[in-house]
Ligand binder design. Structure first.
Ligand code: ADP
Ligand code: MG
Length: 455
């Protein structure tokens, strides 16, 4: 039994809002939930002050269900929400009578993680197509093409979890009688070990664990790279996998890497993971990033100029999660300051992010990183040697210092053993031109920036 925790009303609403923000589009959240304020919390009823009639009616009609699902999922002691206007504080309406509870199946999947909300681009097209096919025909294999298991991999923040939930949401809507389970490998491990621990007092605990997973219709395990090897978990998972597979049940796995690169994985599981379809998701390209921003703004009153959208899409090119975070910051910033977001406000809003990165970088760090990348001693980078390799690496270092640090050319000349500022300028411009024409150089610069942890 989990211990009932005592929360203050502020803590409660804090947790609820955080969870809501994860389950709604950024724009919806900013528009409707973010501006609500706690008024009271009594007898498990939470009363929130909202800024307008329109907000109250939207919250009641569109989001009350989500509020209730969230408190249920988080097991928080709230059973009802009331939204009131500031001016109504005095004559509070009575809490609406509770309706008879119908036993309804609750959708366990994150509501906003749907196919409709998923932007398709070159980097994820195969993954989305496969996910769609699997959602339409789970567990069905034809002789030529097996989609069981569906193994999806890619870097952090690129939309794997979103896609798994999209499959779940689709099945919940179109195939509600199916027993579809989504679980992270971490959670699976915890459940497994706790079922073993309970064995002394509850002989059925392990059996229940096993049946729950081996007898479902669709099993999705997120971040399978975290499936622990110790304690027999992988062996158990091997049997679960076989049961499901033999019964024509669909297995869907996600990971940050392909099966052959997971170190701590039993060989027989590795081969099984490769039986079906393995697809990767890559970094979204610029156009897709633009479309993602547009999608996140869709259906809200928040707007951004094309210029600002392009600027964001250009600057935040690491992953979609960070792109969303940056967008949220910009929207919040412009809401708080009542300023329409301009390039300037975006810079201001993202300043912390960029300043943090910039603060840790200095010329030494850049030179050392370049030195490591090219495997050339840093003394040679700032020295006089003129072999082709050294000259190229030196120019790259100069270019990066010019670009990342706001230093006078003369100072940079001094860093590089007292070179003339025109030499520095020449190197900078040379690489700068190459970056726009030469893929390899662009790649090199990107790689080094990545190791410097900046964009
Ligand atoms: P991962 O599981 O790969 O680390 P997530 O699925 O958690 O990534 O995605 C991170 C965030 O980015 C989520 O909010 C998700 O909705 C969003 N996201 C990722 N890819 C897309 C996409 N193609 N279209 C719309 N949103 C996306
Ligand atoms: Mg994930």
């Amino acid at each position: 039994m989990q211990q009932e925790k005592k929360y203050s009303a502020e803590e409660l609403i804090g947790q609820i809002k955080l969870e809501m923000s994860l389950r709604m589009t950024t724009a919806e959240y900013m528009l409707w939930v973010y501006p609500t304020e706690l008024y009271s919390y009594e007898g498990q009823q939470m009363t929130l002050i909202v800024p307008s009639e329109n907000a109250a009616s939207t919250l009641y009609s569109n989001y009350l269900g989500l509020f209730l699902t969230v408190v249920k999922d988080l097991k928080l002691p709230v059973t009802d929400f009331v939204f009131i206007l500031e001016k109504d504080k005095e004559n509070l309406p009575k809490a609406p009578q509770k309706e008879e509870k119908k036993e309804e199946k609750v959708n366990p999947f994150v509501q906003k993680y749907t196919f409709e909300n998923y932007v398709i681009g070159l980097s994820n097209r195969m993954a989305v197509m496969t996910a769609h096919t699997v959602a339409e025909n789970p567990g069905v294999n034809d002789a030529l093409l097996s989609l069981n298991p569906f193994y999806l991999y890619g870097g952090v923040g690129l939309g794997k979890t979103h896609l798994l939930h999209a499959i779940g949401n689709y099945l919940f809507e179109h195939n509600p009688s199916l027993n579809v389970i989504y679980v992270s490998a971490d959670r699976l491990s915890n459940e497994y070990f706790s079922s073993l621990n309970k064995y002394n007092t509850d002989k059925d605990s392990y059996r229940n664990f096993y049946h729950k997973y081996a007898e479902c219709d669709v099993l999705m395990v997120d971040d399978i790279q975290f499936l622990q090897k110790k304690g027999g978990l992988q062996e158990v998972f091997f049997h679960i996998f076989n049961d499901l597979y033999q019964n024509g049940k669909q297995i869907i796995l996600s990971s940050d890497r392909p099966p052959k690169e997971i170190n701590d994985l039993e060989e027989r599981l590795r081969t099984r993971f490769m039986w079906g379809m393995t697809t990767d998701i890559g970094l979204p390209e610029y156009e897709t990033r633009i479309n993602i921003i547009m999608k996140k703004l869709e259906g809200s009153s928040a707007t951004l100029s094309e210029e600002v959208i392009c600027y964001l899409a250009e600057k935040v090119n690491t992953n979609v999660r960070e792109l969303e975070g940056a967008l949220l910051k910009v929207l919040m910033y412009s809401q708080l300051t009542h300023k329409e977001a301009s390039i300037e406000t975006v810079k201001e809003a993202l300043k912390e992010q960029t300043r943090d990165a910039a603060e840790q970088i200095d010329s030494d760090k850049i030179i050392n990183t370049v030195s490591e990348y090219f495997n050339i001693p840093s003394s040679d980078l700032i020295g006089k040697k003129k072999t082709k390799e050294i000259v190229e690496a030196r120019m790259v270092a100069v270019y990066l210092i010019c670009e990342l640090l706001n230093l006078p050319l003369v100072t940079i000349g001094q860093i590089f053993g007292g070179r003339d500022h025109t030499t520095i300028m020449y190197s900078r411009d040379k690489i700068s031109n190459l970056v726009s024409t030469d893929k390899n150089i662009r790649r090199t610069i990107e790689d080094i920036k990545n190791s410097l942890n900046c964009r």
